[in-house]
Write a protein of this length. Structure first.
Length: 309
């Protein structure tokens, strides 16, 4: 009797142990299947906004960082050009000739809610966002020469920052919001300058007999990319934010210009006519891996990075 009871007790313990193992394995399998069915969607990627005349006149387009999914955002009878994207990735400022003169406009990142911000008999062009997305710097001819102005994003409080008899153009806000880089011919030819955001302390960074222009800050604020024809044709260069260590990144018989730094600081987009007409390219920040993103018989130009939302 005792032996029979012990044998049954052993069998019961064995069955209980296997039942527990089965339950644990079944639970693990269920959780694995549940996780597989609830996969996180892929992380949002930065995009590139650019300008193209492929549909008859200059319009603003959007594409991914590989050159795919090229989509038109504007559709107006006048030129739409020089897009600039807010740091939160929700808005795009640009200038347009749609009403018979160049004015600054703003729209959502999907092209909706296009709104005119400036309204002046003179030209207002090339907007640049402040890093907190509350203001825009831009060029204006309202004082009979190109000056750099700043305004709130509702178009109010338009203020002249440079106030100089020469041409001051192409403003670009520093990532920390304290400075604006720009180009000016006040010393005889176009050079890259920097100033405080109130217009004070205007300082030349480049000093070359050739043209140095179109500055773009790196996201960490330590470097500035720009274009120069100091070596015989327009190439993309980079320098430290104080103007030192000026280094050429592109080396091509064609035009390479309009550099724009990616939000993560690893890439620079630019435009080049090395393949017969202006196209949008991207390269690593050391100048390597230069890759064409657009391939169209029409002009593709003026890239600007749209940060992922």
């Amino acid at each position: 009797m005792f032996g029979t009871t012990a044998k049954k007790s052993h069998q019961t313990r064995t069955m209980t142990r296997w039942r527990k193992i089965y339950i644990i394995h079944s639970t693990i399998l269920f959780l694995m299947l549940l996780l597989a069915s609830c996969r996180m969607p892929p992380a949002a990627e930065d995009m590139i906004v650019f300008v193209s005349e492929r549909d008859g006149d200059l319009e603003i387009y959007l594409m991914d960082i590989h050159g795919h999914e090229q989509t038109r955002l504007t559709d107006s009878p006048g030129f739409d050009n020089n897009p600039s994207c807010s740091s939160d990735g929700t808005k795009i400022a640009f200038h347009s000739f749609r009403n018979g003169k160049f004015e600054i406009y703003m729209m959502r990142a999907d092209g909706s809610d296009q709104t005119q911000l400036t309204n002046n008999p003179a030209c207002d062009m090339t907007p640049s966002w402040s890093p907190d997305s509350s203001k825009l710097a831009f060029n204006s001819l309202r004082d009979y020469n190109w000056e750099i102005y700043v305004m709130h994003i509702d178009g109010s409080h338009q203020t002249n920052l440079t106030n100089n008899g020469a041409c001051d153009m192409a403003p670009c806000w520093s990532p920390d919001g304290t400075k604006i880089a720009f180009d000016s011919d006040r010393d005889g030819n176009l050079e890259v300058y920097v100033m405080n955001v109130d217009g004070s302390n205007q300082t030349r960074l480049t000093n070359n007999p050739a043209f140095d222009e179109s500055p773009s800050w790196s996201p960490d604020g330590t470097r500035i990319a720009f274009e120069s024809n100091r070596d015989g044709n327009l190439e993309v260069y980079v320098m430290d934010a104080d103007g030192s260590n000026q280094t050429r990144l592109t080396n091509n018989p064609a035009v390479d210009q309009y550099p724009r730094w990616s939000p993560d600081g690893t890439k620079i987009a630019f435009e080049s006519d090395r393949d017969g007409n202006l196209e949008v390219y991207v390269m690593d920040v050391d100048g390597s891996n230069q890759t064409r993103l657009t391939n169209n018989p029409a002009v593709d130009e003026s890239p600007s990075w749209l940060p992922a939302q």
